[in-house]
Design a protein around this ligand. Structure first.
Ligand code: 13P
Length: 255
């Protein structure tokens, strides 16, 4: 593995999976194996209803808690939403914003995602900003334009300084849940583009920014992806639901 300036990060996005019992057993399995998880920072992002339980289980462990989404607004009359202040209050450190499933299935646009990014930062949460192109966009040669448009929305709203406490996740939509992973070279090309964009504004922050890859990461392909110079870990969906598989991915990132 290449020596890196940045501590690798592996985040498990459980999506809308898991009963209370299943969540408890999965966390139990992760805690049992966490000592051997290596040097990477590890985060798990359960559904909202499990955050408090999982947070209690993780207390005192090296595994951090994250949420999968956040409301852009401050606490108030927003039925069904969850505020950044609430997530911070129950011990979340990270929150995913702009996941492609939120963009595609729930109509979230770049402007809303940027407002969610800002809400997270206002309350001391580290946003994990997801960007990525669809297959049609890649085939049409629009990958760079799409990824930079998504990144620029948050950059314009929050400024480069906000990325000192933020993470970017490149998740090509065609690789999510499909078993079709980006090649290490495809991932590296886009990761370098993302880092370069931040670097146009602030070289120091760009050098410390962690850019994660997401999309069909498994224990078997993690090492070759994480060995690329600008890939600083992963955002893991399906494989984060199995303790052994997820811990193996964490070990691949931690070197
Ligand atoms: P998979 O790892 O299941 O492809 O999901 C990736 C993802 O969407 C993580 O946010």
């Amino acid at each position: 593995m290449n020596p890196k300036l940045r501590r690798p990060l592996v985040a498990g996005n459980w999506k809308m999976h898991g009963s209370r019992g299943e969540a408890g057993r999965l966390v139990g399995g992760l805690l049992a194996g966490a000592a051997g998880a290596g040097a990477a920072e590890v985060v798990i992002c359960p559904a909202f209803v499990h955050l408090a339980d999982v947070g209690r289980q993780l207390a005192g462990s090296p595994i951090a808690l994250g949420a999968q989404d956040v409301c852009a607004e401050e606490p108030g009359a927003h039925t069904g939403e969850v505020a950044a202040a609430m997530l911070a209050d129950i011990g979340c450190r990270y929150v995913i914003v702009g996941h492609s499933e939120r963009r595609a299935l729930y109509g979230e646009d770049d402007a809303l995602v940027a407002r969610k990014f800002l809400a997270a930062r206002r309350h001391g949460l580290v946003p994990v900003l997801c960007v990525g192109e669809t297959l049609a966009e890649r085939d049409g040669g629009a990958t760079a334009a799409v990824v930079l448009r998504q990144l620029d929305a948050a950059l314009a709203a929050a400024g480069a300084g906000a990325f000192e406490q933020a993470v970017v996740a490149y998740e090509p939509v065609w690789a999510i849940g499909t078993g079709r992973t980006a090649t290490p070279e495809q991932a590296q090309e886009v990761h370098a583009l993302i880092r370069g964009r931040i670097g146009e504004k602030d070289a120091r922050i760009s050098a410390s920014l962690r850019v994660l890859y997401g999309g069909s990461v498994k224990a078997g392909n993690a090492l070759e992806l994480f060995s690329m110079p600008d890939v600083d870990g992963g955002l893991i969906g399906g494989a984060s639901l199995q303790a052994g598989e997820f811990l193996a991915i964490c070990r691949a990132a931690g070197g």
